[in-house]
Write a protein that binds this ligand. Sequence first.
Ligand code: SAM
Length: 255
Amino acid sequence: MKHIPRKRFGQNFLTDGGIIDAIVRAIAPEAGQPMVEIGPGLMALTQPLVERLGRLTVIELDRDLALRLKLRPDLDVVESDVLKVDFRALAQRLGVPRLRVVGNLPYNISSPILFHLLEQVDVIQDQHFMLQKEVIDRMVAKPATAAYGRLTVMLQWRYAMQDVLFVPPGSFNPPPKVDSAVVRMLPRAQPAELDAKLLEELVQVAFSQRRKILRNTLGRWLEGKGFEGEFDLQRRAEEVSVAEYEALAAAIKQK
Ligand code: SAM
């Protein structure tokens, strides 16, 4: 039966064979690797992936699509909202320390998915995601650029990231209104003792008024935390590197 794309599930199905090939090449799946695909949909990526892997775990929220996927003996189907999936439990069930995670994500919840995985990064081998190009630009941004912001810092402190492929709207059915791209995310070695919640708060305060210098925002907050170290507050949030934000969060924690 023909599936009618559902907007509320962010359904834009990949149809361009050349792009599908390029994404699978970027992922480079090998037989036996433990991989999880978020939002398999009509299996545009699923099929070439499972051909190479042998088995694949897929997480799909749409009941009708999950029903079709369950007919495939080579797929382990988790019918669920990915934001409720416990990836640690999934790794344990598969008997592996780390998972490879891939997907052409539903764009309406792409940031919540990225943060959900960030919390469980200890069981992640790598991630390859199709996202809005604009979101990937922010993820891989360099300091002192307009795209550099909270998302940049919160992800770059835990992942090395690379924009690996541009994907135009015409590659999907229906075509989304925006350009897309594929990002590769490799977890960095666990940085020195650092409280992720504290870093999150710090970064939120810093970027709360991104056009202003940091003295009145971050400066006040640091004062409240009793910070007495050296830090140049005559800058704007976007001029501070990820390493400096990390060092600041670590310094406060040590106090
Ligand atoms: N992988 C397919 C492709 O590339 O053609 C479909 C990609 S489509 C952009 C996003 C997929 O994620 C859809 O299959 C949709 O039903 C599914 N989805 C949407 N929200 C979800 C959620 N919260 N949890 C799991 N899957 C979800």
